[in-house]
Ligand binder design. Structure first.
Ligand code: ATP
Length: 276
């Protein structure tokens, strides 16, 4: 059984400064994480430790980046899993994988200097869609039940380690209300599409290592890209560089960015209408 593990490698060295815009989400997340940083004080005050945070929002808005930055912020170990990894034909396999994921996190936490581990579960809706409604298959019920059991057991079992589950979804509307009960994912952080200022910050982040011509006006690009996610903007910067290279330019010009906007929009349209 494979559970993706990413611990203390470069990928988890993402900080909140590497994430453009998303000020509200960053603040809310940091506020929640400060509870974990002050774990001993929280325990002393008899406060129920925070066990789960749910990040909701459109694809490509930076939810995974936020989870990685969170791990860096509290110096924790980090385990990644996607909801799709728990889907199997055979009953019980999904539940077993959930158990294994939490065991991995416990082991990593024990090796971590702060004894912290963040479990990040992307696409949580795949296992936590409303029980018996969206998924008629028993398998999903068992997997979700196991996730709930593991989360409920965290405070009791793990006195020596502190495990936080961060889950992400772009379909909060279909989640089983059971996962939102106190002690489970009781903090919800909304990650919105970036506004103009946010888009400008993201464009700056993704052009910082690229040679830009003096005619480049990122502010104008930010204005032109209403509705773009962070992932779209990253792809836009990459496309602009490719276009410039094709034209054998030494620097990326404004026209390359403008052309790249169309490319990204076209690509998005093709994704929505496959085959057309
Ligand atoms: P999904 O819901 O599809 O899993 P996500 O919300 O988790 O998406 P990420 O995986 O965090 O999105 O973002 C994908 C990529 O888009 C990032 O690796 C990064 O290059 C870029 N990106 C997204 N949001 C931001 C942001 N706010 N600042 C900088 N880069 C961003």
């Amino acid at each position: 059984i494979k559970v993706s593990q990413k611990k203390d490698n470069n990928e988890t060295r993402i900080t909140f400064e590497d994430i453009g815009g998303q000020d509200t989400a960053k603040n809310e997340l940091q506020e929640a994480l400060d509870f974990i940083k002050n774990y001993d004080e929280v325990k002393r005050m008899g406060i129920r430790p925070l066990r789960g945070i749910l990040l909701t929002g459109e694809p490509g808005t930076g939810k995974t980046l936020l989870a990685k930055a969170a791990s860096n912020y509290i110096d924790s170990a980090f385990v990644y899993a996607s909801g799709s990894e728990f889907v199997e034909m055979y009953a019980g396999v999904g539940a077993q994988r959930v158990r294994q994921l939490f065991n991995t996190a416990r082991n990593l936490a024990r090796k971590n200097s702060k004894r912290h581990c963040i479990i990040f579960i992307d696409e949580i809706e795949i296992i936590a869609g409303s029980r018996g409604k969206n998924n008629s298959h028993m398998e999903y019920d068992q997997t979700l039940n196991q996730l709930l059991v593991e989360m409920d057991g965290l405070s009791a079992k793990d006195d020596d380690v502190n495990i936080l589950v961060i889950a992400a979804t772009n379909r909060p509307d279909i989640l089983d209300p059971a996962i939102l009960r106190p002690g489970r994912f009781d903090r919800i952080v909304k990650v919105n599409l970036p506004d103009k200022e946010g888009r400008l910050e993201i464009l700056k982040i993704h052009t910082q290592d690229k040679p830009l011509d003096v005619d480049v006006n990122l502010d104008a690009i930010a204005k032109e890209t209403f509705g773009f996610s962070g992932a779209h903007l990253e792809s836009l910067c990459n496309e602009a560089a490719i276009l410039a290279m094709r034209e054998k330019e030494k620097k990326i010009k404004q026209k390359h960015f403008l052309e790249a906007i169309d490319k990204v929009i076209m690509g998005e349209k093709l994704k929505r209408k496959p085959g057309k």
